[in-house]
Design a protein around this ligand. Structure first.
Ligand code: ADP
Length: 271
């Protein structure tokens, strides 16, 4: 039988009844999230949204392989997640190496992913072009603006050609205009490459703009975080859709309103 027919296709991410507790002994334990189940489909852009402290970063860290589950199972393409692997990560702060050039930061990531030395300069140039930083390889990271530095961080995350991209409030520290540009660029990049994305934010606007599916988390006072609601975002988008025009549509306003109301409701849930 051909291999394709026998191979099992695992979803990019599956969390089953995941609970994460922090702390070393029973008295100091904090249950950050409890009983979280979710499955991400191939190529889906899923946004986790919720107030600060509800466990969004914790879930992302579990999927990244940085945090173990205390209960339940986390699987990335059928296996326990391991840091590195085929997963790209972008944090709120770019976390670049200041002693390396822009290109040096990317080349370092390429080396980690096993790209031969003689191919790294060309691949670095390609990646920088993809994030709108063509010609900036020789610059020092601290010479760049915050938005440009975050672009380098995105290029670095793309260096391993990840099939799964995890983004933890990557635009929260940027000014509004830069944020809008980068949102659109990331959405377009992900759609063009078919990358599965799990994106954390506390902004309803950002969630609706980027996500094809939004999962709403909440943590009532003194209780662990949970996923309490889910919203499908079915906006009429094509590669040419102007994001400003999309934001101006009644459908966008309706979805943003619905999500904001759900988030407000979730914030007042009783334990
Ligand atoms: P969010 O990303 O939604 O802001 P987090 O996942 O960062 O939420 O945090 C969820 C909960 O877990 C919070 O109560 C937070 O204080 C707690 N927490 C997060 N990281 C740790 C840690 N390393 N040790 C102890 N508690 C933590």
């Amino acid at each position: 039988m051909p291999q394709a027919e026998t191979a099992t296709v695992h979803p990019p991410v599956v969390l089953e009844d995941v609970t994460v507790r922090y702390g070393r002994n029973a008295r100091s334990l904090t249950t950050a999230v409890e009983g979280v189940s979710l499955a991400l489909a191939e190529g889906e852009f899923t946004v986790l949204v919720g107030p600060s402290g509800c466990g969004k970063t914790t879930l992302l860290r579990v999927v990244a392989g940085f945090e173990r589950t205390s209960e339940g199972t986390a699987l990335v393409r059928g296996s326990a997640p391991v840091p590195g692997g085929g997963t790209g990560i972008v944090f709120q702060q770019p976390r670049l190496f200041p002693w390396r050039t822009v290109g040096g930061n990317i080349a370092f990531a390429l080396a980690r992913h096993g790209v031969p030395r003689e191919q790294r300069a060309a691949r670095t140039a390609q990646l920088l072009e993809r994030v709108g930083l063509a010609g900036k390889a020789g610059r020092r990271t601290w010479e760049l603006s915050g938005g440009q530095q975050q672009r380098v961080a995105i290029a670095r995350a793309l260096a391993g050609e990840p099939r799964l991209l995890l983004m933890d409030e990557p635009f929260a520290a940027l000014d509004a205009l830069t944020r809008e540009r980068l949102q659109e660029e990331v959405r377009t990049l992900a759609a063009a490459s078919g990358t599965t994305v799990l994106f954390v934010t506390h902004s309803a606007e950002e969630a609706v703009l980027l996500g094809t599916r939004v999962l709403v988390m909440a943590a009532p006072p003194g209780s662990p975080g949970r996923i309490v609601s889910e919203l499908a975002v079915d906006l009429p988008r094509t590669p040419d859709t102007d994001p400003a025009a999309l934001r101006a549509t009644p459908e966008f306003a309706r979805l943003r309103g619905e999500l904001t109301a759900t988030m407000r409701e979730a914030a007042t849930l009783d334990a």
